[in-house]
Design a binder for this molecule. Structure first.
Ligand SMILES: C[S@@+](CC[C@H](N)C(=O)[O-])C[C@H]1O[C@@H](n2cnc3c(N)ncnc32)[C@H](O)[C@@H]1O
Length: 239
């Protein structure tokens, strides 16, 4: 398994600081994910790239029968076990690229801001399709293609608008976040939608979140999202 940048101690602690303050996740991405989240009562939930398990308890509190979070970062899984453990909650150190070896079945595959780190999207979708029960839901957010397109951007939260470029050129991007090299993968909007359709998913809803004015007051950096989206959110059903 190649080393996960989230296991770099300085990167990890800066990321955790970011999650404590007003941030894009809490003010923009998560509320929109919540709007599309299905009723989880009695359902088995798989959180793909669960991080430190920030959403685990809320799934169980809302009636999910079981929550499994998988992530390839040892630091994340350690923190998840230490801070977000509970009945019917489990965590597993695992790379999403190995999901095709997984044998359990789930009703909801949930993934917040992880898919842009995955190279082979078709392989990932095939694996998700095979672990979802019939009619199961895939709900994910990822970096919006408008953001992931740019080659050689200076930083994710460093205060500047991203130069928009290279949209038609898909593939690997090397960026920097918290002074570390971060590898991500750009896919066009059409590639993402077509991959879902051709791997057995019915696209139910697509969101490009717009922040509320109250959220912009709390986190002025969100002003940029009044102009262009940072995130893409998709809810799809396994057919
Ligand atoms: C931006 S964080 C989001 C964490 C969590 N979903 C949340 O919203 O709190 C991205 C996560 O993706 C995980 N990740 C990145 N590439 C991965 C891979 N190939 N397999 C599993 N997890 C991965 C990282 O370790 C990190 O925890």
């Amino acid at each position: 398994m190649s080393r996960n940048v989230f296991d770099n101690p300085s990167f990890f602690s800066k990321y955790m600081e970011l999650r404590k303050d007003y941030n894009h996740n809490d003010l923009l991405e998560h509320p929109e994910m919540e709007k599309l989240c299905p009723d989880v009562r009695g359902k088995r939930v798989l959180d793909l790239g669960c991080g430190y398990g920030s959403y685990a308890r809320s799934f169980i509190e809302r009636g999910a029968s079981y929550y499994l979070g998988i992530d390839s970062s040892e630091s994340m899984i350690r923190k998840a076990n230490a801070e977000n453990a509970g009945d019917n909650i489990e965590y597993k150190l695992m790379n999403l690229e190995d999901l095709d070896s997984f044998e359990c079945r789930f009703d909801l595959a949930y993934s917040s801001l992880v898919f842009h780190y995955i190279d082979d999207f078709d392989k990932l979708l095939r694996a998700i399709h095979s672990i979802l029960n019939n009619d199961g839901i895939l709900l994910f957010s990822q970096m919006h293609p408008i953001i992931s397109a740019s080659n050689g951007y200076s930083g994710y939260f460093e205060g500047e608008y991203f130069a928009f470029s290279s949209y038609q050129e898909e593939g690997r991007r090397e960026g920097h976040w918290f002074k570390q090299k971060v590898i991500s993968y750009h896919r066009k909007m059409s590639t993402i939608m077509n991959a879902l359709a051709s791997n057995g998913f019915l696209i139910e809803k697509v969101l490009e979140p717009l922040p509320s004015l109250e959220a912009v007051r709390e986190l002025p950096a969100l002003e940029k999202d009044l102009v262009r989206p940072t995130f893409l959110i998709v809810r799809a059903r396994r057919i």
